[in-house]
Design a protein around this ligand. Sequence first.
Ligand code: NAD
Length: 508
Amino acid sequence: MTLHMKVGSAAADAAAVLGRLGVAETLWTGGCRPVRSPVTGEIIAHVHDTPAIGVAQAVDRAHAAFLNWRSVPAPRRGELVRLFGEELRAAKADLGALVTLEAGKVTSESLGEVQEMIDICDYAVGLSRQLFGLTIATERPDHRMMETWHPLGVVGIISAFNFPVAVWSWNAALALVCGDTCVWKPSEKTPLTALAVQALFERAVARFGDAPAGLSTVVIGGRDVGEALVDHPKVPLVSATGSTAMGRAVGPRLAGRFARALLELGGNNAAIVAPSADLDLALRGVAFAAMGTAGQRCTTLRRLFVHESLYDAFLPRLKAAYASVKVGDPREARTLVGPLIDRAGFDLMQQALSDARAAGGTITGGERVEVAEGADYVRPALVEMPAQAEVVRRETFAPILYVISYRDLEAAIALQNDVPQGLSSSIFTNDMREAELFISARGSDCGIANVNIGPSGAEIGGAFGGEKETGGGREAGSDSWRAYMRRATNTLNYGATLPLAQGVTFDV
Ligand code: NAD
C-alpha cells in the first residue's frame, strides 16, 4: 500500500495492541468484513459477521444467563463490574490506543473514553447497593404499599462508531448490576474495540468465578444484525445509539412488539455567547466543543449565537483558534483534530458547506488536509450565516460550526430551540438572570443545558440524553438505572379484614 509517509502504519499498531489485549487472532483475521483505520485508510483486520442464527443463539444464551443472574444479590453482581473496572484500569493505554486506531480519536480523547468506562463501573458498583423503591402511604388500615424493582431481562445494545466503547459501558455496567444480561451490536465501523472489550470482560468473569455463561456477548455486523436483535422476542429493552434515521427505523419496530426503546440519537447542539460572557472562557469552551473529536460527537457544538455587541471582537479570535489547531495523525501528542471516519463523512461535510454557501454563508476552513492517502482529514470549518437556514437545522456529523449574530436573548433561545433535535446546549454569561432564564422552563428545550461550559463532554453522574428527534432516552447517572428494571407495586394486608379501596363494598 502506498501511503503518504507522514504517518506510520496503523495495521502494525493494531496487530500489536490486539495481541496485548488478548483478542484471539482468529476473531480479527480471515473474516469477510474489512475493518479500515481512518488514521491511515489501511485495512487493519477482517472480522467475521454474526449470522442471524448466531444472533438468536446469543440472545438465547443471554436469556438463560439472565434466569440465573437475576437471583444473584445485586452487590455481588456489582463485584463483577468492580473486577471489570480493574481490567479496564490495567488495559487503559492499550484500549485507548485501539480506539484511536479504529475511530480516529486523538489519544487524550481515547483515554478519556476509557476513563469514562472506568467511571461508570465505579458508579455501578455503588449503585449495586442502592437499588431502591418507595414505601407509599395507603388509604387502608393495616396495609402497606411499596414498590420493588426487579431485573428486566436481556438488554440489546446497538452503538455508534464515534463512542465505540463508552456507550456500551453506560448501558452494560448498569444493566449488569440491575440483574440483566447484554447482547451488544457495535458499529460495523468499530468491531475491534468491541472484541477487545469482550476479551477484558471475559477476564473479569473468569476472576469472578461463578457467573453464568453468556452474561454479555458481542455480535458483529451491519443493519441486518441490529434488526435481528431489535426483533428478538426475548429482548425486552433495546438501547440504540446512532443517527435519527436509525432511531426512526428501530423505534417503531420495538413499539410493534411492545418492547422498550432507549434511543440516543442525533444532536444539533448550540451555544449562546451573551454580552457579559468571559470571552477567554467562551473561546476555549467553543473551540473544544466544536472542533474536538473532529466534530464527530453527538454533543458537538454546531450552532453558535453571538451577541451583536461582541461579534466583531469575538469572531477574529475564534478564527485564529480555528487556524491554529493542529490537524493530523491522532497518535501524535500535539494533534487536536484527527480524521473523519470515512469518505462518506467527508462528502457529507462538503455537501453541507456547499449548501451553506448557497444560503449566504461565508466559510473559513473546511478544506482537505493531506495527511495520509486514503484517509480523510479536514480543517474544521467556521461558517458565518445570515440566518438559521435549512442546512443549519440538520445534523452534519463533521466539524462545521455555524455562527449567527443575535440581539435579543429570548429570540436567540427560540432560534436555538427551533431545530428538530434536542440534545445539548449552553450559554456563556455572567448575568444570573440570563443564566437562570436559559435553564428555566422558558429556556433551552434540550436534555442538557449548561452555563459557562460548552455543550459537549458530559460526566457520567448525570442522566445523559435528549428530547425530540434525539429520542428521549436517558443513560448513565441519576435515576437512569430504572430503565433497566421492571417496577412492581406491592400492597400487603397485615390485618384481619379486607377493606376495599375507594370505599367499594363487595360483601358475599
Ligand atoms: P448510524 O445510525 O449509522 O449507526 C449506529 C448503529 O445503528 C450502528 O451499529 C448501525 O449498524 C446500527 N443500525 C443502523 N440502522 C439500523 C437498523 N435499521 N436497525 C438496527 N440497527 C441499525 O450512526 P453512526 O454513523 O455510527 O453514528 C453517528 C450518529 O450517532 C450521529 O447522528 C450521532 O449524533 C449519533 N450519536 C448519538 C449519541 C447520543 O447519545 N445521543 C451518541 C453517539 C452518537
